[in-house]
Design a protein around this ligand. Structure first.
Ligand SMILES: [Zn+2]
Length: 198
């Protein structure tokens, strides 16, 4: 088992997994959204895809036991454990400089899109595009009328998910730096999270 690794607040990291290895992602303080991506290690053009996942599951929120599929409709990860209430958003794009400009930021704001690129760069890789992430613990309630809203996480400190690699792959994570809407808790304070290769 690998050591417990820090995913610093507002930053991104990427981790290679061999088929059969798993990664545990820990919501250390309980309110932190972790945008998560997964790419085929042999071909970064194949990646975990939310728009392919939703119709395959017949649900918008993946849960324990679900295979998480790629844009070529084959499993790349399986969610083998989830201690939280299982609310993980698949609808919302990763935050980016444009999102924060729209919210009124006049200067650069850390964002998940740049965190993905930086995390991949740290291990010598460049992503061809920024797929829609699986937003771990991001709580986006959807009403029967189809309206979405910005909820706060339902998770508690120490909750974790375990994702098992079904292919040799790279998992990228961003501790979402969103501090202008309450997706990282009502106090809008982004925090660190942790991860571990099992
Ligand atoms: Zn974000």
């Amino acid at each position: 088992m690998g050591e417990l690794m820090l995913l610093p607040a507002r930053r991104g990291r990427a981790q290679r997994l061999n088929k059969g290895q798993s990664i545990k992602i820990v919501n250390t303080h309980g309110n932190q959204v972790v945008d998560t991506w997964c790419f085929n290690a042999e071909d970064l053009g194949e990646f975990m895809s939310m728009e392919h996942l939703r119709p395959t599951l017949g649900r918008i929120w993946p849960q324990k036991g679900d295979a998480l599929i790629t844009n070529r409709r084959r499993p790349i990860l399986t969610m083998v454990e989830d201690t939280s209430p299982g609310r993980h958003d698949t609808l919302i794009a990763a935050c980016d400089v444009h999102r924060y400009a729209q919210l009124g930021c006049k200067e650069y704001h850390d964002n998940c899109t740049d965190n993905l690129r930086a995390g991949m760069r740290q291990i010598g890789l460049a992503v061809p595009e920024v797929p829609a992430p699986l937003n771990m613990w991001m709580n986006i309630p959807v009403s029967t009328g189809g309206e979405t809203s910005w909820g706060t996480p339902l998770s508690k400190a120490g909750d974790y998910v375990v994702l098992r690699a079904e292919l040799d792959c790279i998992v990228a994570m961003s501790a979402c730096p969103q501090d202008m809407v309450p997706i990282n808790g009502k106090d809008c304070i982004p925090t660190e999270a942790h991860y571990q290769v099992l």
